[in-house]
Design a protein around this ligand. Structure first.
Ligand code: KIV
Length: 266
């Protein structure tokens, strides 16, 4: 069973670890077999499960339902669940909604933002709820960014992201996710903080990697971002199976053969 202590140990010894999004029981069982280290019940389910154009319509009840599906079916992975859009604007709301996700089976709640989250991170930590803070391209803010764009480019933006990362870790964040930021910035953040950092489109130097499950099974629709690799049709997946794709992802991240230069932004 993977815990936060396991991930902290991985960071100290330089062992790379995996995370995949997952939303239902059958895939959660396959991920257990492949020994995927952590599972994220991402609010990306708004797009890949519910057919919306963004994560914004996802509700706390949706998240709790899918979190419970995973918690019943996978006893190996550390389970992270997203607090969805506008469900953590006030402290009382954030605490109540975190309780719902933790009681559904999450081990960690994930929230998007920067240093403005510090008070919430500390409150939740004191209440026994570890947080994972998602920085960089935070999809809940797509309307602020004006699209899904690389973040942290240029000195000012990079300095702000690094300062935000340090602030939330000082406030008590247990994990960070960095999405779509230049590889050099992700490396600097990973080296600057004591907690494990999980990257997506953030290069090879973060402590762990996360992908949306449907994307790494070749089911991304529309333009395929450069950080995605299709592990289902990869020739090393000799069984051509979904379980084989999960196992190949686990092996590739652990041994450092994924991601490569071609998957990262500068
Ligand atoms: O919701 C999600 O799937 C995520 C990942 C892309 C990190 O936040």
């Amino acid at each position: 069973m993977t815990t936060l202590s396991t991930l902290n140990k991985f960071k100290k010894e330089g062992t790379k670890f995996t995370c995949l999004t997952c939303y239902d029981s059958m895939f959660a069982r396959m991920m257990e077999k492949a020994e995927i280290d952590t599972i994220l019940i991402g609010d990306s389910l708004g797009m890949v499960v519910q057919g919306h154009d963004s994560t914004l319509p996802v509700t706390v009840n949706d998240m709790a339902y899918h979190t419970a599906n995973i918690a019943r079916s996978n006893k190996h992975a550390l389970i992270l669940a997203d607090l969805p859009f506008m469900s953590y604007v006030t402290l009382p709301e954030a605490v109540a909604n975190s309780r719902t996700l933790m009681q559904a089976g999450a081990h960690v709640v994930k929230i998007e933002g920067g240093s403005e989250l510090c008070e919430l991170v500390t409150t939740l930590a004191q209440a026994g709820t570890p947080t994972c803070v998602h920085l960089g391209l935070t999809p809940q803010s797509v309307n602020v960014f004006g699209g899904y764009k690389i973040q942290g480019r240029g000195d000012e933006a990079a300095d702000k992201l690094l300062a935000d990362a340090k602030a939330v870790v000082d406030a008590g964040a247990a994990l960070l996710v960095l999405e779509c930021v230049p590889g050099a910035l992700a490396k600097a953040v990973t080296e600057a903080v004591a907690v494990p950092v999980i990257g997506i489109g953030a290069g090879a130097d973060t402590d762990g990697q996360v992908l949306v499950m449907h994307d790494m099974l070749g089911m991304a629709h529309g333009r395929v971002p450069r950080f995605i690799h299709d592990f289902l049709t990869d020739e090393r997946n000799s069984a051509h199976s979904i379980e084989g794709a999960f196992a190949l992802y686990q092996q590739s991240v652990r041994e450092g053969s994924f991601p490569t230069e071609q998957h990262q932004f500068s």
